[in-house]
Ligand binder design. Structure first.
Ligand code: GLU
Length: 310
């Protein structure tokens, strides 16, 4: 019996959506990724949609080709085949962020024409010290370099102005939300001082160019949504994607699972003799989609998101 009722959500979701699975190859695949993949593949299939696979290796310092290879291998082992991306990622690909510098530069040029982009020489440390935020709070950029007219050049960060104002949206699962990017994060960093495109910028450019109309991801990224909708609009996107943020996986006692703990790595679970079915069932259970860790194959994921009889 599925614990997730798609009937009530259908009106909020695009018909035949294009969604994506977008891991960052800064580590190996773990149960948190698998839980996300279950939502992505399960909902896409239930709605007759498609899944794109995208390697989000914008952070050049932390991403490694061996993590990417292991992620692709684990996905294949689990039986999770995307509609686009897996074959394309065998070589240079528009589904790998590090191969797309030209596209990000072009998107930056579009934003720059609006006159709202500026160079920034602030360090992360300096910003945190100036902002004086509590440890559990997001650091808001106080706007020190706005108006200094620093040129956009190597060695400098690049930011875009976040005008004040609320961004309302409806999360498909959580309902009506309102976020105020200017208050949460201030002017958004697009490229950092070392030349890395930021997650926020790259993901918005990619979801736009890949025509993604449904973003399915964990609740830890909920706070990024308003700024991403705002940025997409600045890049000319008329209709933002629909967002669905799902619960993160928890240990049976309710504690948060850490990415680094050995009991969540798919490679470790495989080495210990787990099957794809036990791994998928365990992830579905830990994210609350199953009442117990039953075995489940990739082909059965859709059944978790069935519509119930009225
Ligand atoms: N690459 C991001 C991550 O691995 C996911 C981005 C997103 O879903 O917006 O956390």
């Amino acid at each position: 019996m599925p614990s997730f009722d798609l009937t009530a959500l259908r009106a909020r979701l695009p018909a035949r959506p294009i969604t994506r699975f977008a891991p960052s190859p800064t580590g190996f695949l773990h149960l948190g990724h698998v839980a996300n993949a279950i939502y992505v593949w399960g909902i896409a299939r239930a709605l007759g949609g498609r899944v794109l696979l995208r390697m989000e290796d914008h952070d050049r310092g932390r991403s490694r080709p061996e993590y990417e290879r292991a992620i692709l291998d684990d996905l294949e082992w689990l039986g999770l085949a995307p509609h686009v991306g897996a074959a394309e990622l065998r070589g240079p690909s528009s589904y790998r962020q590090s191969d797309c510098g030209e596209l990000y530069r072009a998107a930056l040029a579009t934003l720059a024409r609006s006159g709202r982009v500026y160079g920034c020489d602030c360090s992360r440390k300096g910003i945190a010290a100036e902002a004086g935020d509590a440890a559990d709070q997001e650091t808001r950029y106080p706007g020190r370099c706005r108006g200094r007219e620093l040129p956009l050049e190597d060695g400098r960060g690049i930011r875009v102005v976040m005008e004040p104002g609320a961004v309302p949206f409806t999360d498909a699962l959580l309902g009506a939300m309102t976020q105020s990017p200017a208050e949460q994060c201030g002017d958004l960093l697009l490229r950092d001082r070392t030349g890395n495109w930021t997650y926020q910028f790259a993901v918005v450019v990619d979801d736009l160019r890949h025509a993604v109309d449904l973003v399915i991801r964990g609740e830890d990224l909920l706070s990024s949504t308003g700024r991403q909708i705002r940025l997409a609009g600045m890049l000319g996107r008329e209709q933002p994607p629909v967002f669905l943020h799902h619960p993160l996986i928890r240990k049976p006692d309710g504690a948060k699972l850490s990415k680094s703990s050995g009991d969540t790595g798919i490679g470790e679970l495989r080495a210990a003799g787990a099957t794809p079915q036990t791994v998928l069932g365990r992830a579905a259970w830990l994210t609350g989609l199953l009442d117990s860790p039953e075995r489940m194959s990739a082909g059965e994921l859709e059944s978790l998101f069935a519509e119930r009889e009225a």
